[in-house]
Ligand binder design. Structure first.
Ligand code: NI
Length: 260
């Protein structure tokens, strides 16, 4: 079976408490042999939990950051703690960071400040970035440009944006990652963007426990189900599933400089 990668999963929460190893077995059964675990799930505390989780498990990697929803928590002290965690083994990126004007859970000014601060940490440590952006495309691209993100590399995770955002990401040398949303009935515009992207810039992810793909809507999402997103891409690109697995895994390894 061709191995591939879930490039974005939140495994530190109560959803998988005591079940991580079963979740990993189910993932491996469909070929998902590596998983990038996102530390910025809920406030700061998800970060040390995620970094600890990946230390004991060879197939897991971590990212650290503060989600734009929680930007108001990103005090200078917290930013420094994230900088420290980012230097632990197997931490491969800063994220997810960015802007969310759909929910506006943190004031926009604080979102901007936190976003810029973490891009600074990524620059200092020469790490790529995982970007969350919703209803904030122009400001996201502008801040990425201002902060020199083209030299860092990164990914627009759970891409649900416009062609303009996709092009902006490509121009920065970034990748575009598709979640289970790609399988949703209403996602024709997204599928049309995915069809035309350069294939060496596309990743797949679950963003679990959220966004369970069709046909499993209603179930809790987990890394094994990234298979459905990969299948949808294979359909859109008119290639074998194995080719999508190989290509997206190669892209993910290149972006996060995974050693194997
Ligand atoms: Ni996420």
């Amino acid at each position: 079976m061709t191995p591939f990668i879930d490039s974005h999963a939140h495994l530190d929460g109560d959803d998988y408490q005591g079940q991580i190893d079963e979740v990993l077995v189910r993932a491996a059964a469909v070929g998902v042999t590596q998983i990038v675990c996102i530390g910025a799930s809920a406030g700061y505390e998800s970060n040390p939990k995620t970094v600890d989780l990946v230390q004991e498990r060879p197939t897991l990697f971590a990212t650290v950051g503060i989600h734009p929803h929680d930007a108001k928590l990103a005090t200078p002290e917290v930013v420094e703690k994230i900088r420290g965690l980012a230097q632990r083994p197997k931490v491969v990126a800063i994220g997810e960071i960015g802007l969310d004007y759909y929910y506006d859970h943190s004031p926009r000014e604080e979102q901007h400040q936190a976003f810029r601060a973490f891009l600074g940490v990524a620059r200092d440590l020469k790490l790529p970035v995982v970007i969350h952006t919703r209803d904030a495309e122009d400001d996201t691209l502008q801040i990425l440009k201002d902060e020199g993100a083209q030299g860092l590399g990164g990914v627009i995770h759970c891409f649900t944006g416009t062609e303009k955002l996709a092009q902006g990401a490509l121009d920065l040398g970034f990748y575009v990652s598709f979640s289970g949303v790609l399988t949703f009935k209403s996602a024709d515009p997204l599928r049309s963007i995915a069809r035309d992207l350069p294939r060496d810039r596309v990743l797949v992810e679950t963003d679990c426990p959220y966004l369970t793909p069709v046909p499993l809507r209603g179930k809790k999402n987990e890394p094994a189900y990234v298979l459905y997103t990969a299948q949808k891409l294979a359909e859109l690109w008119q290639v074998d599933l194995d080719q999508v697995k190989r290509q997206t895994a190669e892209n993910t390894r290149r972006l996060f400089r995974l050693s194997c």
